[in-house]
Design a protein around this ligand. Sequence first.
Ligand code: FMN
Length: 188
Amino acid sequence: MNNILRSVLMRRSTYQFDSRPIRDEELMDILEEGKLLSNAENNDAWHFTVLQNRALLTRLSDAHEKLIAREHEGLKKDSASGGAGSRMFLDVPMLLIISGRKDVKYAEDAANMVFGSMMLVAEKYGIGVCWLNSAPELFSTEDGRKVLEQMGIPVDYLPLCVGAFGYKRSAGLPDILTLGDNIINIVK
Ligand SMILES: Cc1cc2nc3c(=O)[nH]c(=O)nc-3n(C[C@H](O)[C@H](O)[C@H](O)COP(=O)(O)O)c2cc1C
């Protein structure tokens, strides 16, 4: 198996991060690779925001706790639906936000594709990633919006994909998971 294929198949979500900041040259490599990826019309369909400011991350974490508490009233905070993401904003060294142009129909599909590839590039530096699908919703709350305003995302762009990035705390071998055969239909 070649190294690229190995990364694609073996990569797993990371929930526990080392507190070390990500090295600038590794971050730039991940961002440059993201810029190189195909965006269908070569039209700046997306915009990258790298958030490493501890005060803003803490404010996002507080806003996220509030959101989860509201959504899962009466449930334990770390239930499957809240996930590791409920504390994620507090512990991570960095968030990557991919925003898409509001007037580009396929921006969300493109952002997802770019995000997936950037997660694989991060892997080569031992940088783990957890996709945070509740983050775009978080940014639509009042508290989240106030933090978002500090990030300089251009007005005609919307945050679509958010991921927590950081060096993995443990380098243990990932579990190999396979899904059931019933998720495949071949129509000839
Ligand atoms: C589109 C997407 C969104 C996700 N959102 C979250 C999230 O909000 N919080 C979280 O803790 N994990 C999130 N995850 C990670 C999943 O929980 C994880 O992929 C799943 O448990 C399978 O584990 P694996 O990625 O290690 O194979 C997300 C994963 C994907 C692909």
